[in-house]
Design a protein around this ligand. Structure first.
Ligand SMILES: *[C@@H]1O[C@H](CO)[C@@H](O)[C@H](O)[C@H]1NC(C)=O
Ligand SMILES: *[C@@H]1O[C@H](CO)[C@@H](O)[C@H](O)[C@H]1NC(C)=O
Ligand SMILES: *[C@@H]1O[C@H](CO)[C@@H](O)[C@H](O)[C@H]1NC(C)=O
Ligand SMILES: *[C@@H]1O[C@H](CO)[C@@H](O)[C@H](O)[C@H]1NC(C)=O
Ligand SMILES: *[C@@H]1O[C@H](CO)[C@@H](O)[C@H](O)[C@H]1NC(C)=O
Ligand SMILES: *[C@@H]1O[C@H](CO)[C@@H](O)[C@H](O)[C@H]1NC(C)=O
Length: 625
């Protein structure tokens, strides 16, 4: 198999030991956690195992499926508990549209259909390790943990696994960029299938005859469009944070938030807000608006905050750090802050988990945090000039994004985003600005929008690199010309969605590179472009796709349409060849199912393995090597 990543660390010696070693290991049965210089785990005393409804305010949803303990390799006899969280579709609230009102069901499509019926959920745990570590996983259902029944994704992780009785052990070498991986059991997979071949067919289920979208039996007439664990399990391993990411609680300028209902953050005089381990909530009809003095929010490991955070600070450096969780579980889908947090979509006022109206030239650093179950776009800032602000995101995680409109974070000019995991419903990596670098992303994509989006408006952007990306899962229903599903795509003009004459030929997308991508399982096509501006020097290099799935869904078809600029004399957009030495679109080292796709091999077109179906107008402006 084509492999981009090789683990450079040697296997952990302790795993080479026999199962007997593990049998001797001391395992703490209670809530003992590790807190040493090289290993830190944490726990919630108010874990609530509940797969159906909202949990109590002071409780944290705990996995009904997995128990995890972790040992440092330096003392592999001691396994410490690491709390396993769980997110369920709609947070157990049903399809409600008014916060806290279980009777307020409404018919807004939230893009969740069979997920609640099949019992899909997402568990995750995280810990800090400055040494090799060993993860011990026990399935609460007593299920098979034999290594033959286990797949770790990305499969290039190549961790050593072993088993002893009911426990699975995974050896995780130290990494200074951490790990974000999925542990999957082959007896716990769901094949997402469309109701019929072709486009615009939703998923079907064979679990509950009384529920929607039931079919008695699955056969070839209901094509598989994705395969995922029913009870997903993600493991996030991070190195201990540098000092710059941890405020000093004893400093006068730091406000320590009391556990429970959070109030008054808009009236603080301090510059730092510190959430110690514990559970906090805002309710589903408010969020945390920070006073102008606050520029740094810290969620300690073990801090679980049910709410969303908005900055009002005009400081030039803003921060959000710590290994805590910011959870949107109390909010309804698309919670509109201008309409009592009800489910009424607004691009302007639907709640972002992270937002702020910040000053020109400011930057925002987010490190370590996990955003759980966002109700809408996970983050957008306002500023008088968005072209002047930047973000620096690292070791950031987004989980439980079962709702549809759950984008990744915005990346303003000169942003650097790296070592990030996204479970994401909508546009994942949003490249709307110039001079952006994105690396070491792990994506788990549900059924809408591309992995990387650069459309919706005509853009004049350049110098964008998105590299070293691992896609663990996708489950697209079908392909769409206007809203292409692909590794990278640009949607049509947001304000005038049926027209192909609303491009701006004074703008160019240039010096844009996607490099070193792997997509496991059934994947969308390489690229889908509605060019709303000229495009020059776009490189797609070293992209490996495992499989495209059923051809009738057209998932896998790459498109590149022709647009014109009516406002400026009906000029046609150009692809490449404008600047000296400028190239159009160069596809290099593109593999589908192990096969190298190229002009030379003649396997690129829509009827061949590569499924590339560009308008012939572009012939000569792109290459596949
Ligand atoms: C651990 O359990 C003990 C006894 O049940 C309890 O007093 C303590 O608060 C718990 N600690 C945590 C971190 O949950
Ligand atoms: C952001 O703040 C500026 C003043 O600094 C104000 O002019 C602008 O209207 C605010 N924008 C939003 C969306 O609140
Ligand atoms: C390209 O973008 C990167 C990432 O923001 C930046 O470091 C670099 O300076 C940019 N290059 C130019 C020529 O602006
Ligand atoms: C775009 O076209 C589709 C059918 O092709 C139509 O249903 C839809 O209303 C049109 N939208 C707009 C904004 O004109
Ligand atoms: C587009 O961006 C380029 C490079 O930053 C700049 O030189 C050019 O003036 C911009 N074009 C327009 C129409 O703004
Ligand atoms: C694209 O990159 C080339 C080579 O680094 C540089 O000469 C050119 O100015 C860049 N174009 C833009 C629009 O940034």
């Amino acid at each position: 198999m084509h492999s981009l990543y090789q683990s450079t660390s040697p296997p952990i010696a302790v795993l080479a030991a026999t199962a007997a070693t593990f049998a001797e290991a001391r395992t703490y049965q209670d809530n003992a956690t590790a807190d040493t210089d090289t290993l830190k785990t944490w726990w919630h005393g108010t874990g609530e195992v509940n797969t159906k409804t909202a949990v109590e305010l002071g409780n944290v949803r705990q996995s009904h499926m997995y128990q995890i303990q972790v040992a440092g390799a330096s003392d592999a006899r001691d396994f410490y508990n690491s709390f396993v969280h769980e997110s369920i579709p709609r947070n157990g609230n049903g399809k409600i549209c008014n916060p806290g009102d279980s009777t307020s069901l409404c018919d807004v499509d939230d893009q969740i259909t069979i997920e609640t019926v099949i019992g899909a959920d997402m568990a995750w745990t995280q810990y800090l390790a400055d040494e090799d570590s060993i993860v011990k996983i026990v399935r609460s259902d007593g299920g098979d943990v034999d290594p033959d029944n286990v797949v770790i994704r990305p499969t290039t992780m190549d961790f050593e696994v072993s088993t002893d009785g009911e426990a699975l052990f995974i050896a995780v070498p130290f990494s200074d960029t951490g790990y974000r991986f999925s542990v999957e059991f082959k007896d716990n997979l769901w094949e997402y299938r469309n109701a019929a071949p072709g486009l615009r067919q939703g998923y079907v289920q064979n679990v509950d005859p009384s529920a929607d979208r039931y079919v008695e039996a699955f056969d070839d007439s209901v094509p598989i469009v994705g395969v995922e664990p029913i009870n997903a399990l993600l493991i996030f391993v991070s190195p201990f944070p540098e000092d710059q990411y941890v405020p000093d609680l004893s400093e006068e300028d730091t406000y320590e938030v009391p556990q429970g209902l959070v109030t008054g953050l808009d009236e603080l005089a301090e510059s730092k807000v510190y959430f110690p381990p514990g559970v906090y909530w805002l309710t589903g009809s408010t969020h945390a608006i920070l006073s102008e003095s606050v520029s740094w929010v810290y969620l300690a490991p073990g801090a679980y905050v049910k709410g969303a955070i908005e900055y009002r600070s005009q400081a030039s450096h803003l921060k959000a750090t710590g290994f805590g969780v910011l959870s949107g579980e109390q909010y309804v889908y698309q919670a509109n802050t201008a309409k009592g947090y009800t489910n009424i979509k607004s691009d302007l006022t639907s709640l972002r988990m992270w937002s702020g109206n910040i000053s020109n030239g400011a930057d925002w650093t987010i490190h370590g945090l996990t955003t759980n179950t966002p109700p809408f776009n996970s983050m957008d800032f306002h500023a008088n000039d968005l072209e002047t602000i930047s973000i620096f995101a690292s070791d950031y995680k987004q989980v439980g994004a079962f709702f549809g409109q759950t984008d990744g974070i915005q990346m303003y000019p000169f942003s650097h985003v790296h070592d990030v995991f996204y479970h994401v419903g909508d546009d994942g990596i949003k490249t709307y600005y110039s001079n952006v670098q994105v690396e070491r992303m792990t994506l788990w994509k549900t059924n809408n929008a591309p992995m990387v989006q650069f459309g919706w408006y005509s853009r004049n952007i350049s110098n964008i690199t998105v590299q070293d990306v691992e896609v663990l899962h996708t489950r697209y229903h079908d392909q769409s010309q206007l809203y292409p599903r692909a590794m990278i795509a640009s949607a049509i003009n947001y304000l005038d969605q049926n027209s192909t004459s609303n491009a701006n030929t004074e703008f160019t997308v240039s010096n844009y590179t996607l490099r070193n991508w792997r997509c496991e399982g059934i994947c969308p096509g390489l690229i889908g472009v509605n060019p709303l501006q000229n495009i020059d020097t776009m490189r797609l290099e070293n992209i490996w796709i495992e499989d495209f799935g059923d051809p009738s869904t057209q998932v896998g078809v790459s498109t590149f349409r022709v647009f014109t600029d009516e406002l400026r004399g009906n000029r046609t957009v150009t692809l490449g060849a404008k600047s000296p030495g400028g190239i159009g679109l160069a596809i290099q080292d593109f593999y589908v199912g192990g096969e190298h796709i190229s002009f030379e091999a003649g396997n690129w077109d829509v009827n061949s393995k590569g499924r590339i179906d560009f308008d012939e107008h572009w012939s000569g402006n792109w290459t596949a090597m």
